[in-house]
Design a protein around this ligand. Sequence first.
Ligand code: ATP
Ligand code: 9VF
Ligand code: MG
Length: 278
Amino acid sequence: MGMEWTLTQKRRLRELNAGCEILNGDFSTPSERDEAFRLMEKFLVKREKERLFLLRDVHRRPGLCLLEDNLAKALVSAGFVQVVTPMIITAESLEKMSVGNDHPLRKQVYWVDDRHCLRPMLAPNLYVMLRSLKRIWGTPVRIFEIGTCFRRDSRGRSHLNEFTMLNLVELEAEYHDSLGRLKELIDTVMSAVGMSGHELCREESEVYGETIDIVVGGHEVGSAVIGPNPLDDQWAITDPWVGIGFGLERLLVVKEGYDNIAKVGRSLAYLDGTSLRL
Ligand code: ATP
Ligand code: 9VF
Ligand code: MG
């Protein structure tokens, strides 16, 4: 076993979407390594530039935007109505989600003023919409929102401070098999994403008590909940429901095999997974 890339070289190669075969370099001398780096960087820069030309000339829209469109179309076909709610929400609505002063999520919230914050989740708004629409439409109520949520998250390869959440929820007078229905909706979303092989895992949740996480290749791409839930009282919801929250950037990372979620999120350094430092 000889010499590996330097940390700086490795970081640059990752930035340029080098695969692990490339990242596992093995050299006998520094000059051999540095020469290999020079050639490899040149090759990758060319490849990444080609991706940006393809974006300009053919695709024209980032994968994140296409995914959002595909998901909205699939859910509309499945009978769901899209809603668009405020990104600035009240402290009171967070408290009604049990995210009060001593809650772990509270520390992740971006405050706008002493009574308002940027939404860390879609659920409080969707609860309000469910209540209003149930009054007008009766059951079932099937709605979804796709929009930005904000969390101060420990920065890592799978967390962004601003990310796109898809939250869908169905309220029914009664279910004979709510878990079966939930699985059906998860399948609808996953086939619209074009992804197979997901697993469901039961997880403890600080908000809902228990969630059913949707996991692909070890990554949590979504969390689902089966209601009724103790939170429902706060929002005057009495019917059973099933709901799922997906992270769109997470779905894209897993589907396209990116090593870092920052490449597909809102960014000034990347466009559609491609570095602009070329
Ligand atoms: P994690 O445990 O990975 O931090 P979470 O369980 O706190 O996620 P949820 O509240 O379940 O997240 O949010 C629903 C989905 O939104 C997650 O399954 C994930 O796909 C996505 N998501 C949550 N936080 C982030 C983030 N900071 N950046 C990108 N996506 C996120
Ligand atoms: C699961 C995602 C509380 C009746 C509007 C639907 C859900 C999604 C969790 C994230 C969030 N919950 N923690 O509830 O769909 O946005 O709350 Si409702
Ligand atoms: Mg979760």
